[in-house]
Ligand binder design. Structure first.
Ligand code: NDP
Ligand code: 2IT
Length: 445
């Protein structure tokens, strides 16, 4: 890197102790060096320096009372990263590992991902170090109400529209929405992923996982391949994982393993998804319970071991940096031909290098998992119209969006002399629109 090295150095210096944020920014700036060469006017206007600095970062105390009448304190975050092409948009993550650096890496990725969808949404992310696991519904509700009692003043249907992410699903969005409406006396599309009877979009729940498979299907078709007859591994067993497994199966693949943060199940007969849905969506239990029903399936402690199972296609759908160099090498040695990222930044830079050196088809997160936020934008659109499309209508739009993202990323990579490099293609295709918009709008932020 020549032109952008200083941007990266300054960013790291200004944001110490945020390794995930550094990782996300490094990958993007490395991809954008040829764009900086082609657009000296963007360098001159400080577009690169500005895009790595959030427009606004909000941190707040969230106090709530647990079932034993004890006061608990968590920290809430909302990082409004970039509003060049639309209102801030991105999920909320509730997980004990959440800190500012993680929210910033997610918010930064979200800028380019949201641009790739072709829809008018800026980039943001938020959340808390609150752990919903093991909490009663009443505790989760009190936490969400307290969280929203601060957050409401920073968001709005044309300002910032949060949604779900790890630890935030339909239940949490419901409690958050109820509190927002109560405070504002206002029924608007301020959150997405809402329940279907109260303004949610059909197919939003399925969208990230389905979209991942639509993206990989388009990419594999271009390479003369498909899901049909392939062995697939899906890590995680949350929202993204379940619907990635469902669509991969529908497209002819056989999903043989899924996981949670404790361990993984291997079912050589193909994962019983109805059981996984029952365990995870309804009963909120651990994946190890799977083997109580399917006695011939195996459960192993430790989630990393899932990558040692031979597969043709790997779909990491749990969390960041879940595939390291060692796991990537094992995947390759076992004959894996394609990796599609449902989670955000699930592969370390060293793992990505292994995929690329070995010619794997690699669908990077900000392109491959954009179907969730794209469908959130479709939910916003329906809310604005006060109208609702059918499942089939939303699903058809989602599919078209994912095919378009694949082709746009693929074309951008080729245009810059890196045919087949979807990491570079996605970063460039997502960035160009945001950069031009920031340039047109002057030194606004
Ligand atoms: P969920 O909370 O529904 O599920 C998360 C899954 O990942 C669970 O199975 C969880 O296991 C596992 N997991 C979480 N943290 C870890 C960890 N540190 N190590 C191993 N496993 C872990 O979240 P989602 O399915 O919504 O999100 C999964 C990924 O997809 C995240 O990276 C998220 O950012 C990304 N994503 C989500 C979108 C969405 O629309 N929801 C859109 C685009 C990307 P356990 O139950 O044990 O914690
Ligand atoms: O990472 C993501 O794209 C999400 N968690 C979805 C965000 C959204 O606003 O739907």
């Amino acid at each position: 890197m020549k032109i952008l090295q200083k941007v990266l150095d300054d960013c790291k210096k200004r944001n110490p102790n945020e390794p995930e944020f550094h990782q996300a920014v490094t990958e993007v700036l490395e991809s954008l060096e040829p764009v900086a060469e082609k657009h000296p006017e963007w360098v001159e206007a400080g577009i690169f320096d500005r895009i790595v600095e959030p427009e606004r970062q909000i941190m707040f105390r969230v106090a709530w009372i647990d079932d034993n009448n004890k006061v608990q304190v968590n920290r809430g975050y909302r990082v409004q990263f970039n509003s060049a092409i639309g209102p801030y948009k991105g999920g909320l993550r509730f997980h004990p590992s959440v800190n500012l650096g993680i929210i910033k890496f997610l918010g930064f990725e979200q800028i380019l991902k949201n641009s790739l969808t072709g829809l008018p949404i800026g980039g943001a992310k938020g959340g808390s170090d609150f752990d919903p696991k093991g909490k009663s519904d009443a505790e989760v509700m009190r936490f969400c109400q307290s969280f929203m009692t601060e957050l409401y003043r920073h968001i709005g249907e044309d300002t910032d529209v949060p949604a779900g992410d790890i630890g935030v699903g339909g239940r949490e969005i419901g409690y958050l929405y109820g509190q927002y409406k109560r405070i504002r006396n206002n029924f608007t599309g301020v959150l997405t992923g809402k329940g279907i009877p109260w303004g949610g979009s059909l197919a939003r729940k399925e969208a990230t996982g389905y979209g991942l498979c639509y993206f990989m299907d388009a990419a594999m078709k271009d390479a003369g391949s498909s899901f049909d007859g392939k062995t697939v591994i899906v890590s995680g067993s949350g929202n993204v994982a379940i619907y990635a497994a469902e669509k991969a199966t529908e497209l002819g693949g056989k999903v043989v393993a899924m996981s949670d943060s404790n361990g993984y199940v291997y079912d050589k007969n193909g994962i019983d998804l109805d059981l996984v849905k029952q365990l995870k969506e309804v009963e909120r239990k651990r994946i190890k319970e799977y083997v109580n029903v399917h006695k011939d399936a195996e459960y192993k402690e430790g989630c990393k071991g899932i990558w040692t199972i031979p597969c043709d296609i790997a779909l990491p759908c749990a969390t960041q940096n879940e595939i390291d160099e060692g796991s990537a090498k094992i995947l390759v040695a076992n004959g894996c031909k394609a990796v599609g990222e449902g989670a955000n930044m699930p592969s370390t830079p060293e793992a990505i290098a292994v995929y690329q050196e070995n010619g794997l088809l690699f669908g990077p997160a900000k392109a491959a998992n954009a179907g969730g936020v794209a469908t959130s934008a479709l939910e916003m659109c329906q809310n604005s119209m006060r109208y609702a499309w059918t499942f089939e209508e939303v699903d058809a739009k989602l599919k078209q969006i994912m095919v378009d993202i694949y082709h746009n990323a693929s074309k951008a990579a080729e245009a810059y002399g890196h045919k087949g490099d979807l990491v570079m293609g996605a970063n460039i295709a997502g960035f160009e629109k945001v950069a031009q918009s920031m340039y047109d709008q002057g030194i606004a932020y």
